[in-house]
Design a protein around this ligand. Sequence first.
Ligand code: PXG
Length: 470
Amino acid sequence: MTVLVSNMTAATREIQALDSAHFMHPFTDHGDLATRGSRVITKSEDIYIWDSEGKKLLDAMSGLWCVNVGYGRKELADAAYQQMMKLPFYNSFFQTTNVPAVQLAAKLAELAPDAGERSFQHVFYSSSGSESNDSNVRMVRRYWDLLDQPQRKVIISRLNAYHGSTMAGASLGGMSGMHAQGDLPIPNITHIEQPYFFENALPGESSDDFGLRAAGWLETKILEIGANKVAAFIAEPVQGAGGVIIPPATYWPEIQRIVDKYGILLISDEVICAFGRLGHWFAYEKFGYKPDLVTFAKAVTSGYIPLGGVLVGNRVATVLIEKGGEFNHGYTYSGHPVACAVALANLEIMEREQLPQRVHDDIGPYLAQKFEEISEHPLVGVAETCGFMAGLVLVKNKATRQRFGENLSVGMICRGHCFKNGLIMRAVGDRMIIAPPLTMTHAQIDEMVALIAQCLDLTYEEVKTKGWLA
Ligand code: PXG
């Protein structure tokens, strides 16, 4: 994105200058940003945001995978205001609790589908997905220590996974760029390849066969490490930040068979996939597996206020509670009353408007149908959806599905056209992805898809002119 700083209003330029002087953004090259100037987002409504120059953008990324109920929900602001006036904060250490935190834990336990002996009655709170995954590492290690198996330390994750940006979160994640900075991963975390059919399937291999083979990489890794040293496997139901990587239907059942066979804990990181995104309250239900721990954050409050946590399944909770005594772990803001009050109001909206059901029965299938049409575009190698998230691959040659390889900036070119034309769509290498608010009408989906098609056309013309097509 090139922002012509000189064309901006004085007010925008002033904020950009202060931004550049003082605000260190996440995952940002500040030298580069200083030459461009940030886009200043100032207001929002429904599925749209506006920048400080008055430009309107259709936000097909729900902020950052979180604004599931859309922008401008007065109920959520009211819930925060009322709770702030009553009890803006009190801690949950030292044998104290607060009403919204208790009610939300009970509500989450009610919404989480039955997972057999692993079913969820308990919640451990944090303020983000990253912290929640740090808590997972602490809980998993404590669990095995209490079962007199302290040698079970290794957590297996996947390449191209995203589990956050703290030391443990970034280590659990499989992003090579993150591991390259700061001696990561930390010890006892290792990775297997992701189940990315488009990239990793063998010529002629069926999706089902690939799913079984990809899950088999977990078993191979367990045997390589020694089953009695493996503590847990962590995975996103569908990899989000990695580019909406949707596993084949055979993948999760086989993962379940393997973790059961070796008795290792299963962590489902649902920071993106829970709360309706895949047409269910929790995504493990969609894929039919039974995790021991479920990470949540983001859409639990639709991003209106930070909140995260872990659903702790009975298998783990029973050991921690009955054998563990004090668990020396927690955060100032574990069970923050205002965040929990907003979450309760948010879940109420989701229930009232039946958003998970809506994704499952209505807008999910409608988006899938629209993405079938998009898959016809000459620049698109494959276009796929899962619930209300979607991804497509930009290719050099549609017939052979040849990829752009080192010219992965094709995604950034496409993203630039999206911004210019009023659409927020994310680029992950050569994959373009969306995760729009779950409130979208059919007309709004049509509007979004028309913008995507227009931006694909513009990208096609640009890469053709550059001579990148084959
Ligand atoms: N797990 C998953 C599956 C996530 O998607 C986290 C954990 C960490 O959550 P916090 O709240 O600590 O950020 C995430 C976050 C992207 C992008 O570029 C995705 C996330 C965060 C930032 C950027 O798509 N996901």
